[in-house]
Write a protein that binds this ligand. Sequence first.
Ligand SMILES: CCCCCCCCCC/C=C\CCCCCCC/C=C/C(=O)SCCNC(=O)CCNC(=O)[C@H](O)C(C)(C)COP(=O)(O)OP(=O)(O)OC[C@H]1O[C@@H](n2cnc3c(N)ncnc32)[C@H](O)[C@@H]1OP(=O)(O)O
Ligand SMILES: Cc1cc2nc3c(=O)[nH]c(=O)nc-3n(C[C@H](O)[C@H](O)[C@H](O)COP(=O)(O)OP(=O)(O)OC[C@H]3O[C@@H](n4cnc5c(N)ncnc54)[C@H](O)[C@@H]3O)c2cc1C
Length: 674
Amino acid sequence: MSDNKGVRRVNEDLARERANCSFDVREITFLLDGGENNTITRKKIEDFTLTDELLSDKVPDECLSPKEKYENAVRKSCLFGKLVKDKLLEFGGLETFGPNSFVLRRIADAFFKEISPLLLHLGMFVPTILGQCTAEQQSEWLPRALSMQVIGTYAQTELGHGTFIRGLETTATYDPETEEFVLHSPTLSSFKWWAGGLGKTVNHCIVVAQLHTKGQCHGTHPFIVQIRDLETHQPLPGIKVGEIGPKLGFNTADNGFLGFDKYRIPRMNMMMKNAQILKDGTYVKLDRHGKMTYGTMVFIRVMVVNEVAFNLAKAATIAVRYSAVRRQSEKKPGEPEPQILDYVTQQHKLFICIATAHALQLTSDWLWRTFSGVVTDIKHGKTDSLPEFHALSSCLKAISTSDAALLIEQCRHSCGGHGYMMSSNLPLIYSFVTATRTYEGDYTVLLLQTARFLIKAWEQAEAGKPLTPTVSYLTKYFKDGRVPWDSTSEGIVNAAYGVAAGKISACVKSIRNRVKTGLSYEDAWDLTTVQLVAAAEAHCRAVICDVYRSEAVRLTEKSSPNVRAVMRQLTTLYLHYWALERIGDLLRYSAVSEEDVVALQQKYEELLALIRPDAVGLVDAFDIRDEILNSTLGAYDGRVYERLMEEALKSPLNAEPVNRSFHMYLKPLMQGKL
Ligand SMILES: CCCCCCCCCC/C=C\CCCCCCC/C=C/C(=O)SCCNC(=O)CCNC(=O)[C@H](O)C(C)(C)COP(=O)(O)OP(=O)(O)OC[C@H]1O[C@@H](n2cnc3c(N)ncnc32)[C@H](O)[C@@H]1OP(=O)(O)O
Ligand SMILES: Cc1cc2nc3c(=O)[nH]c(=O)nc-3n(C[C@H](O)[C@H](O)[C@H](O)COP(=O)(O)OP(=O)(O)OC[C@H]3O[C@@H](n4cnc5c(N)ncnc54)[C@H](O)[C@@H]3O)c2cc1C
């Protein structure tokens, strides 16, 4: 596949797809990057970071032993860290961690096929210092953390408790005599478990523990704790620390365990922005809202929506390009084998992935802007927007991670057997994203948090009180009765809100009926939780549909007609897909008729056909470089079979023609001598 100048040619099918694309790919790239200037900066950063030879591994990571994998990940993390420190700061000092942090995150994928052991340092340790420390504490810890002298993680979860933070058992008891906290793990179940980088990498961590002073427990609070010697890296006396062992994914993250045996830390190592312990042990609460110490989790939930949108874009890019290259079966006897992308079922599997990647990215951008507003409010002492934002970020984290994981797995299915190869990168993308459904708040648990807020909002609507923006629709749909059906995009979004309102109303009725039978409110709630999760899902789906539709319209106001058309097709596809997926709900809560359902299906299939010629252009517009995609099936040039063979030949088993196990076991077995 090289021309006579040695330049590798692009697969002919892919080249033809690109030639037939109806729009200028760069225009959509600019939209997704938030403007042409952002694209230029991103590309500049990618250009000078992704040329390094450290990117090319002679032996694929997945062929290494767990220890070698970890060591390779540390090596690359340090080189990546140095690169960030030395070069990327030129792009605006600390600002690099602001506007360009998403770019850093993208580039990191070229360095690590799995996870960097330093991810938690930059992703949670540093943000927690920013969010939970006083200015004085920040000036002590931040420079050391950013220069990587102090390397940290976030150790909250314990063997016995992850979800129920109030149930954590690690204690931090204040001793006024020495002005120290004594950290202790009273039981096996109180051992910290899971923190990324804790096993072998970090020398500090943020430990969430029950604060005791003057004989009273004041609940969980965060503390900065040094756990290893800075010179020798040996665990300090009183610390028991190690790695938790192999997992479905995250295998280079050295997730760890940690226990304390009456381990002492200075008073000022308590993160004191939201609560303080005075020298004499007096507890001073500064957090009027009460849940400000959960701030890092809220921040990460916001980040995760973007994270999974990007990973879904990677999977869609791989699967769509592969589907344009792969030919299989025949549609009519004797005809040439079609590209598998020409099967309508394949389009059904894949185009929703492209649309969902857009939907989640636009929703994530909107969520980020909303979050910035909440942070500004908090800086001015206003916390009124927190309950709504907690409900919103919880459900968006739950639904985005769940949708992305399911669709990434669908991308793998759509690549047949080759999708099962580690070298396709789909298994690693999946194993990474499926964890996001659990960490930082399990799916069900977070949807139930949103449901709590929705039920309260319903009660407020009943009482004629004003509602906050994301639930203001409840006033409109408050009266019983079916939502009128209208098959326009706006109509489908309204119907989605109508379904959510109908489900919330049904939950309220169920809870009240159960309470009337003599059950406590908690028991009635518990018996209704299946419906409550479904109601929160419906609410979240309506929000995503609404934000995606309106943001896509807003963003494309000045776009060329062709870009506007294809973006409109994608949003309409997303809305029709979910209307059809939730047709039972629409039949129950809206006035949709059987003929309307037939029309919805027909329109959906028409959209698949309309999007088909632009599918490769749409994934090219994600503009994800080959080094970041890391996939034999998804590279830009489409040299799928050559790359599969090249990677197979790198397998250590192919380094010698005969493996020693032949002489040790097979031959004796064959000769009856075993
Ligand atoms: C070189 C390296 C490469 C570099 C790359 C560079 C780029 C860096 C950037 C990367 C950024 C991101 C990457 C992401 C990846 C990060 C990896 C993360 C790994 C995982 C980490 C973790 O999992 S940490 C542990 C997380 N744990 C959880 O999430 C636990 C979940 N549980 C809870 O949150 C709570 O226990 C729960 C909310 C379920 C209940 O809390 P509880 O105190 O019991 O409260 P309730 O009694 O139920 O409710 C009381 C009221 O409080 C309200 N409320 C609860 N939570 C909040 C909140 N957070 N905010 C506001 N309000 C809250 C609740 O609504 C109740 O209110 P009501 O009025 O009484 O109804
Ligand atoms: C890859 C990975 C990385 C992680 N990294 C970190 C880290 O760096 N630092 C850290 O502190 N933690 C980390 N965690 C831990 C993570 O935050 C927890 O695993 C997560 O919050 C879920 O808690 P759990 O494990 O206790 O699950 P559980 O709460 O035990 O959940 C088990 C099941 O019970 C259900 N359940 C629990 N409570 C309720 C309820 N109230 N109502 C209904 N159903 C319920 C859940 O829905 C789930 O189905 C990580 C986890 C993973 C998988």
